[in-house]
Design a protein around this ligand. Structure first.
Ligand code: GCO
Length: 446
């Protein structure tokens, strides 16, 4: 990487996690059941029949983890489990759930760490799914009531909020292909879920700002460029997949309309002034990038397109995703060109899986992750120097955790978690990232 540019002063550095992936303790202290609990306990859904009943047991190891977080960096992104706060999705608040997040937030603040809180990272209360979940228009009211409680209870100490994590994954994986909870499929589920996600983000943003105008409120979106699998892949397939993955969310948010290709399927779910509400000037947009998607034409799939094979010219991460830092740069430049009035960007996730093991001294060397982070962060610095307004970077993820349908095999963490003992061991990439943060992005040697 030839051009590494200095990061702006006050650049935000941190790590990201999500409640369901680390907390465990799924029946502790009155927590209700989430759609992911149900899904994990449905045979054939998760690799090796794993589940997140224990996950990293973060719920019971909070003090130890707080110390780890505080020695990692000055900002930390985590999510709140809706069924811990409202076991039935609406109604009675579970004070023990509130206590847990108070301990977490206060513990961060006492240690000088700024919290960044995601309201919803996929663990919908099962009781709301039973009423239709994201396919039901009332979800935006249920969510506003939930968000109101969060702001009321934690808004005195938490200024930075993200409403929904990756609406495209929720709709496409959870409601189109069915390989994530709640396991629904087909356009008749995908389209209402897509619109209700967009609507909810717009409504919750407005509600939160009317409660407290000084809050910093965004939402997070995956952003991967779509590329043809082969030179023969029709452009229409690539464009279709771009709608499913990116444009069905970015266009309503930033332009106030759905792509022409989507409108015929979605218009029956649009009511009244919905399109004025979905268009929202978020205070920031969280962008999550892993790798470009190589698209294959497939007439059996939604919109006639699906994931193709990744090209052979790139090295791959442990999940087979191409390592392509220039692609990260291109993706940010492309985003800025497509939507000139983007709000400031925070990179809320970026990271990689490698096959990390402890050596006989109990240490974990992961030079490939250091190289990955170094090259991606350098690419980010180039995009900033070339005019993309990026204010922060959160590495995915603090510690090895439950990677959804992939279970525990993929290790994304800067900290190794032993699955038998749950012992946390910082990897060499953790040391490296810490040092990088201390130097505000001046890249240390790997
Ligand atoms: C997502 C989620 C994370 C994942 C991460 C790695 O984007 O899928 O936000 O929970 O674990 O992206 O796949």
């Amino acid at each position: 990487m030839d051009h590494i540019h200095a990061f702006p002063r006050h650049f935000i550095w941190g790590t990201s996690t999500a409640a369901y992936q680390i907390e465990g303790a799924v029946t502790a202290d009155g927590r209700g059941t989430s759609i992911w609990d149900t899904f994990c306990h449905t045979p054939g859904t998760i690799k090796n029949s794993e589940n997140a009943d224990i996950a990293c047991d973060h719920y019971n190891r909070l003090e130890e983890d707080l110390d780890l977080i505080a020695t990692t960096g000055p900002h930390y992104r985590f999510s709140i489990s809706w069924p811990r706060v409202l076991p039935h999705g609406t109604g009675q608040v579970n004070e023990k759930g509130i206590d847990f997040y108070n301990r977490l937030i206060n513990g961060l603040l006492e240690r000088g760490v700024t919290p960044w809180v995601t309201m919803y990272h996929w663990d919908l209360p099962q009781a709301l799914q039973d009423k239709g979940g994201w396919t039901h228009r009332d979800i935006s009211n249920w969510f506003q009531d939930y968000a109101h409680i969060l702001l009321d209870r934690f808004g005195d100490r938490v200024n930075n909020w993200m409403i929904v994590n990756e609406p495209s994954a929720i709709s496409l994986f959870g409601h189109g292909y069915g390989f994530h909870a709640p396991g629904l499929t087909g356009l008749e589920n995908l389209m209402p879920a897509t619109h209700h996600l967009n609507l909810t983000i717009g409504q919750v943003y407005r509600m939160a700002k009317s409660l407290c105008p000084t809050l910093n409120i965004g939402s997070t979106y995956t952003r991967m460029d779509q590329r043809p699998e082969t030179p023969d892949t029709p452009l229409t397939a690539v464009e279709s997949f771009d709608c499913l993955w990116n444009r069905n969310f970015y266009d309503p948010l930033l332009l106030g309309r759905y792509p022409a290709q989507t409108l015929p399927y979605i218009k029956r779910y649009i009511q009244n002034d919905d399109m004025d509400i979905v268009k929202t000037d978020l205070d920031f947009i969280g962008i999550q990038h892993y790798a470009a998607i190589y698209v294959r034409e497939d007439s059996a799939k939604i919109y006639g397109a699906f994931f193709g094979d990744n090209p052979t010219q790139f090295e791959k991460t442990g999940l087979g995703w191409p390592i392509d830092p220039d692609g990260f740069y291109d993706c940010l430049m492309h985003l800025k060109k497509t939507y000139p009035h983007l709000p400031p960007i925070i990179i809320t996730e970026n990271g990689a899986v490698f096959d990390d093991t402890l050596d006989k001294n109990g240490t974990c060397h992961d030079p490939k992750r250091i190289a990955f982070l170094k090259d991606y962060i350098a690419a980010l610095s180039r995009a900033i120097a070339d005019g993309v307004d990026v204010r922060g970077y959160f590495a995915w993820t603090l510690m090895d955790n439950f990677e959804w349908a992939e279970g525990y095999t993929p290790r994304f963490g800067l900290v190794h978690v032993d699955r038998a003992t749950l012992k946390r061991t910082p990897k060499s990439s953790w040391q490296w990232y810490r040092q990088l943060i201390q130097n505000n992005g001046l890249l240390p040697e790997g």
